[in-house]
Design a protein around this ligand. Structure first.
Ligand SMILES: *Cc1c(COP(=O)(O)O)cnc(C)c1O
Length: 224
């Protein structure tokens, strides 16, 4: 692992560029979300100094404490499980929530959002018992329910595949998420442009399968 943030970012950017070229995709179609969970405000400041604007946290409480200590004007995203009783704070803190996993949470977020709140529905495509996320069969109903709400706007889907050292093992899960998105767009008529998938070790495979947000922690900030 390189020792400065700038070097690590350079390395991640090269990997994203190469994956986009291989997939015949435009670099503009893939956004980098820097996952700063467990890292202090100084790490965020260093990343912001290298031009990173979008940061992801997995816990509302940690983000609530950290964000005021970070440079102003950054864009914060929630990528971790959200409990209903923290939905109000989350709706105020985050620009986008990647991890909405129930129709009830959509309603609670809608009730507390001040303005339009883009969200992604987290889907448990692998069916792993330990993972949160909607099961694929329930996603259409959640999209239709969200269309009746005022502020919450479902913009796409997110998934976390089971960890496997070989990134190729994630491909079938990423592909399943994209295919589910394609079917949902046809069935519900709702545009779902965003696919949040791919982490440090499998970002290339995710980009080849259509990711629009890669969520990178370790390879930018170092081990946690
Ligand atoms: C921690 C985390 C990441 C980043 O994982 P790395 O392997 O460190 O890149 C991405 N997505 C979610 C939901 C996470 O919790």
């Amino acid at each position: 692992m390189s020792d400065t943030f700038a070097e690590r970012l350079d390395n991640v950017e090269r990997r994203i560029d190469a994956a986009c070229r291989k997939a015949g995709r435009s670099r503009d179609g893939v956004r980098l979300l820097a996952i700063s969970k467990t890292k202090p405000p100084e790490a965020v400041r260093e990343a912001a100094g290298c031009g990173i604007r979008c940061f992801g946290e997995n816990k509302v409480q940690e983000a609530h404490a950290k964000i005021p200590l970070c440079p102003f004007g950054l864009e914060w995203h929630l990528v971790g499980h959200l409990q209903t009783n923290k939905a109000k704070v989350a709706a105020q803190l985050f620009r986008m929530i990647h991890s909405v996993d129930s129709a009830r949470l959509l309603e609670t977020l809608d009730a507390h959002a001040a303005t339009a709140l883009p969200v992604l529905l987290q889907v448990n495509v692998s069916g792993e018992a330990s993972k949160s996320g909607l099961c694929p069969a329930d996603v259409a109903e959640a999209v239709v329910a969200a269309n009746r709400l005022q502020k919450v706007e479902v913009r796409g889907l997110m998934t976390i595949p089971p960890f496997a050292p070989d990134p190729e093992k994630a491909r079938a899960h990423f592909r399943a998420l994209r295919e589910l998105r394609d079917r949902l767009q046809d069935e519900t008529g709702t545009p779902l442009p965003e696919l949040s998938m791919g982490m440090s070790h499998d970002l290339e495979v995710a980009i080849e399968e259509g990711s629009t947000w890669v969520r990178i922690g370790t390879d930018l900030f170092g081990t946690r």
